[in-house]
Design a protein around this ligand. Structure first.
Ligand code: GLU
Length: 449
């Protein structure tokens, strides 16, 4: 069901498969980018000559380490930590840390690879990297989270720095974890180095709007796609998956723009509230009490909770997958399109399988891939770095305005690049080519390194 890779690029993809056995998510992410690049090599033959694709697919550095820690029962626990420093041609490696039991090298490499192009699309000086651990934070006490973060940083600190590599949050890593990680970094290095991590607390170097940025940015991106079609969020029924930071602030911005979000989910199932999700309640349950989304229906008797159900069976006009990779398959995508979905904006990284992407593209709906649509989070991290570098802090309004402008620019550059390469309206090709060209030109300028 996947489309073809250009015949000159196909052997390079085979090489990626051979060199990285078993890393299926990484293969998927690489394939998706390489499929777009045929016309780019025609326009820029020097990229092939200098083996830019081969080099970009090989991380500059991959770090794997043991993370030992002691749980509340006094038992020793061992997890595996990762940091993949993928590409630093545009700036220090930048990308989040994911703590989730599904994490292994293939997941971190797919995320790090996507991050290169996403970060390039922001137009800001940030390279691509990603890290994390197979640690499962679910059900862990605050003290256990702290001890784990301290042990993780006790190894990671030697590899990062404000000019080297700047981690942030992702699934399982939010403000609390960034606090513990920053504290340990400060203690070990004896440096109060704000720019080494982003997503910090607002009283100690964090940026306003960082918490909201991925969700808000994704909605701004979809709003731009809708504008092209002379449409808007006003009155739209929207389906959002997930119930973490991205899903919550996607919902908030959709409501501000006059749309109605009727679903949210977690790994246990989804809620459907026909009247529109009560976001104050969700914030209380998820951000403050760290409870499950199923508990929503205890407070809203007319909403329903479907354990283990398929969230995409709920009809909607706009879908914003904001949970995790491969959450929409071909059949789900078909269900969405058949039920009248006209736009999809990916808050999560690679939430749609290749079959699903094909369905959206063939249907001609507005489809904003994650590396463009969810770039607002990392873009605002770069704004946090800017504020840290100048020891300044900006207002909410100013920072949100900057974010909005960045998302508008990303949309425009994807839109124009898709046109340039003869596939108008195809934001997958637009995002992959625009991001790749920016990185490739920098790599070319810096020689064979
Ligand atoms: N984890 C987020 C992403 O997938 C944000 C990374 C960052 O802020 O560095 O882009």
């Amino acid at each position: 069901m996947t489309s073809a890779i250009d015949e000159k690029i196909e052997p390079l993809f085979q090489e990626v498969l051979n060199r990285n056995p078993g890393e299926t998510e990484f293969h998927q992410a690489v394939r998706e980018v390489l499929e777009s690049l045929g016309p780019v090599l025609v326009k820029y033959p020097e990229f092939a000559h200098h083996k830019i694709i081969e080099r970009i697919c090989e991380p500059e550095r991959q770090i794997i380490f043991r993370v030992p820690w002691i749980d509340d029962k006094g038992q020793v626990q061992i997890n595996r930590g990762f940091r993949v420093e993928f590409n630093s041609s545009l700036g220090p490696y930048k990308g989040g840390l994911r703590f989730h039991p599904s994490v292994y090298l293939g997941i971190i490499k797919f995320l790090g690879f996507e991050q290169i192009f996403k970060n390039a699309l922001t137009g800001l000086p940030i390279g691509g990297g990603k890290g994390g651990s197979d640690f499962d934070p679910k059900g862990r006490s605050d003290a256990e989270i702290m001890r784990f973060c301290q042990s993780f940083m006790t190894e990671l600190y030697r590899h990062i720095g404000e000019h080297t590599d700047v981690p942030a949050g992702d699934i399982g890593v939010g403000g609390r974890e960034i606090g513990y990680l920053f504290g340990q970094y400060k203690r070990i290095t004896n440096r109060w180095e704000a720019g080494v991590l982003t997503g910090k607390g607002l009283t100690w170097g964090g940026s306003l709007v960082r918490t909201e940025a991925t969700g808000y940015g994704a909605v701004f991106f979809v709003d731009e796609m809708l504008k092209v079609r002379k449409d808007s969020f006003d009155g739209k029924i929207c389906s959002v998956s997930g119930s973490g930071n991205v899903a919550i602030y996607t919902t908030e911005k959709i409501h501000q723009l006059g749309g109605k979000v009727v679903t949210l989910s977690d790994s246990g199932g989804y809620i459907y509230d026909e009247k529109g999700v009560d976001l104050d309640l969700v914030k209380q349950l998820k951000e403050i009490e760290r409870r499950r989304i199923s508990e929503y229906v205890k407070y809203h008797k007319d909403a329903k909770y479907v354990a283990g159900g398929n969230i995409w069976e709920i009809p909607c006009q706009v879908a914003m997958p904001s949970a995790t990779q491969n959450e929409i398959n071909g059949a789900d995508a078909k269900l969405l399109v058949d039920n009248g979905c006209i736009a999809v904006g990916e808050g999560a990284n690679m939430p749609t399988t290749p079959e699903g992407v094909r369905v959206f593209l063939d249907a001609g709906i507005a489809y904003g891939p994650g590396k463009a649509a969810n770039a607002g989070g990392v873009a605002t991290s770069a704004l946090e770095m800017q504020q840290n570098a100048t020891r300044d802090s900006w207002s909410f309004e100013y920072t949100e305005e900057r974010l909005k402008k960045i998302m508008k620019n990303i949309h425009q550059s994807c839109y124009e690049t898709a046109e340039e390469f003869g596939t108008p309206g195809n934001y997958v090709i637009g995002a992959n080519c625009a991001g790749f060209i920016r990185v490739a030109k920098a790599m070319l300028a810096m020689g064979v390194i």
